[in-house]
Design a protein around this ligand. Structure first.
Ligand SMILES: Cc1ncc(COP(=O)(O)O)c(C=O)c1O
Length: 391
């Protein structure tokens, strides 16, 4: 039987507070990037994350592109990036004429630091111009870890390895707004604030949204200044319109920033709801043979953005795709994990190093509904449908 209510995978949660601030933009006609909410949103992101600088951007994809560019990635370089992630950061590498080297994931779907180190030690050579990939002869300039589904990467290890090999680090924290570390050397720090630059996304499906939008954070004053300069058409003289470099029109609008300010005020509440529903799913599914919910890494407090159900094909009677079909028929939206990046047509020729665990996860993971308006009854409905799917 179909549920009366369609249970979507992940939808925005907007209310009166967003409307009041957006209305204010319309009433005052401050709708473009010149409005005061843009800088206010940037300051609020700094205050929340502890990052020294924040520069708004039209979306995280272009924020990643710009961060890589400002970290010195050039045409012909290589950037180490995950095989298992949304394609946006891989596209960002390509916009610069650089190429990805695909890396496997750890047990939490994040870039594996053990394989990263092994790759650099065994497959690369240090030269006067930096680290070179022996196979391609190209310079490796940066590492781009992605905090997948909001679970923080092992940034302490990734940073140590990157610094040891002279590599820059750009964190893709698109999915990890509000995720933090609560133990070890990174205790108290937020995902996205540890590398040379980090990028958050405020796309409609993220934990907080501005419709579309992104934010670049960094502790480097120079990088932040260059970022601001390039996102605003590289204007050297705002009166006579002198531009000494090729810039971009990448700044967020006042309308989007107004939404962002209101959403950021709700982030802690959204995180609590996400965690509560994650724990509900986890305990309700704990007795189901062949199913488990992906754990969160020790020493972290993630934002619980997406919930990943892992299927053991030897102990659960349905394949991942079959389970998705059964749930879809019951009005429940789910999503498989992304097709791996080294299999995508534009990137098939790129170097992929030891990608094994990612292949296993790709076969077995399905994401469950996780919106912040998901009720306990909705969770119970999804769990019930999963249990009944076994026949
Ligand atoms: C891991 C990851 N990186 C980058 C992006 C790109 O973000 P945006 O849509 O803001 O460009 C997304 C999501 O959209 C994402 O999930």
């Amino acid at each position: 039987m179909k549920n009366a209510r369609f249970i979507p995978l992940s939808v925005p949660n907007l209310g009166r507070e967003e409307k009041i601030l957006v209305d204010r933009c319309i009433e005052t006609s401050w709708v473009s990037s010149a409005g005061a909410y843009v800088a206010e949103f940037e300051r609020a992101i700094c205050a929340y994350t502890g990052a020294r600088y924040a520069v708004s951007c039209v979306n995280a994809t272009m924020g990643l592109f710009l961060s890589l560019k400002l970290c010195g990635v050039e045409a012909g370089d290589e950037v180490i990036a995950p095989a298992l992630t949304f394609i946006a950061p891989i596209n960002a590498i390509s916009y610069l004429g650089a190429q990805p080297v695909f890396m496997d994931c750890d047990g939490y779907l994040n870039l594996d630091p053990v394989k990263l180190e092994r790759f650099l030690r065994e497959e690369c050579v240090r030269t006067a111009k930096g680290v070179k990939n022996r196979r391609s002869g190209r310079r490796i300039r940066a590492v781009l870890p992605v905090h997948v589904f909001g679970n923080p990467c092992q940034m302490d290890k990734i940073m140590r390895i990157a610094r040891c090999y002279g590599l820059r680090v750009v964190e893709d924290a698109a999915e990890a707004m509000g995720s933090a570390y609560n133990r070890g050397t990174l205790k108290g720090k937020f995902a996205g604030t540890i590398g040379d630059a980090g990028v958050f996304s405020f796309n409609g499906n993220k934990i907080i949204t501005t419709g579309a939008g992104g934010m670049i954070v960094t502790n480097s004053k120079k990088l932040a200044q260059q970022c601001k300069y390039l996102t605003t058409q590289a204007k050297d003289d705002p009166v006579r319109y002198i531009h000494n470099e090729i810039g971009y029109n990448f700044r967020l609008t006042n309308l989007s920033s107004a939404m962002g300010i209101a959403q950021l005020r709700k982030l802690e509440r959204f995180k609590r709801i996400k965690k509560k529903n994650y724990l509900l799913y986890k305990s309700a599914l704990s007795g189901v043979e062949g199913l488990s919910l992906l754990d969160t890494p020790e020493g972290t407090s993630p934002n619980y953005w997406f919930y990943s159900l892992i299927i053991d094909k030897h102990r659960f009677p349905l394949s991942r795709d079959r389970l998705m079909q059964v749930l879809a028929r019951k009005n429940i939206e789910t999503r498989p994990i992304w097709y791996l990046n080294h299999w995508q047509k534009p990137f098939r020729g790129c170097h992929a190093y030891g990608v094994e665990r990612a292949v296993d996860f790709w076969r077995r993971v399905v994401n469950l509904p996780c919106s912040t308006d998901l009720s306990s009854d909705d969770v119970a409905t999804v769990v019930d449908a999963i249990k009944r799917s076994r026949g």
